[in-house]
Design a protein. Sequence first.
Length: 311
Amino acid sequence: MQKKHLILAVLVTAVWGLNFPITKLGLAAIDPLLLTALRFTLAALPWVFFVKRPPIAIKWLAAYGLIFGVAMWALINLGIEWGVPPGTAALLIQFSAFFTLGWGVLLFRERLGFGQILGMGLALLGLISIIVASPGRGTTLGYGLLLISALSWSIGNVIIKQSKVREMFAFVVWASVFAPLPLLALTWLAHGSAPFTSLVTHFEWVALFSLLFQVYAATHFCYWGWNLLLREYPVSRVAPLSLLIPVFGIAGSMLMLGHKIGFNEGLAIVLILAALAVGFVKGPGLSPRFQLPGWPGRQKSARRFSSLDDR
């Protein structure tokens, strides 16, 4: 991976990580489904009137928009609302890395290197240590929602690859069009008019800041950057970088929300950092087709991936 792309990846993961505690600030005043609907409304409007639709099939835009907005971020917000701490939510969403690696093997004929298999095992242990310490049924259900959202993110990664889109900002803007209406309908079905009335009568500037950060930093910038990386590199090479997100998410939760790290969460952080470090260690792999940034065989892997996309 080129240095400029690696810097972009770290910056994207930092903003995404901070987005979790900042989202928690917004959820204190806005219903989780409604907050998600507002996020994707502002992500689409007014930009959709000025940005040309990318030249890809509408099915890819609709599929990504629904997965992106409804199946991923709405569930993340609900999980946090149901008691999952933002830092822990940032950890749980990293199951997407494992799901994405699996899709790479199943759909793109990639093979896992030894370092990636070991890294996956360490990270999996870290994430499981969080789930085992669940304080109650409500939070456990929230964990389940986070895992479903992680699966949804991995499917979104595959859609990016299969759609062959090149115009990443336009893709995010136009895909966002498909999320608000289902989210608004779900908000009404779940709670009636109460969330809408509360939004008008209990407006808070902190909630506005949270919403704007989610739209312009965590959506426009981050998904532009992340999807650009997915465009340039195989999904299996980009996915492990998302393990940086919980580091920034937990640090942000500690600074903004006073979140305190218990033993299980501390163990999980150590294991996940170890997983990331192991994934970048050079060494013999099971196949040169599946290697992390900087490993030998990168160009060969990229060419094979490209040829599969062109079929």
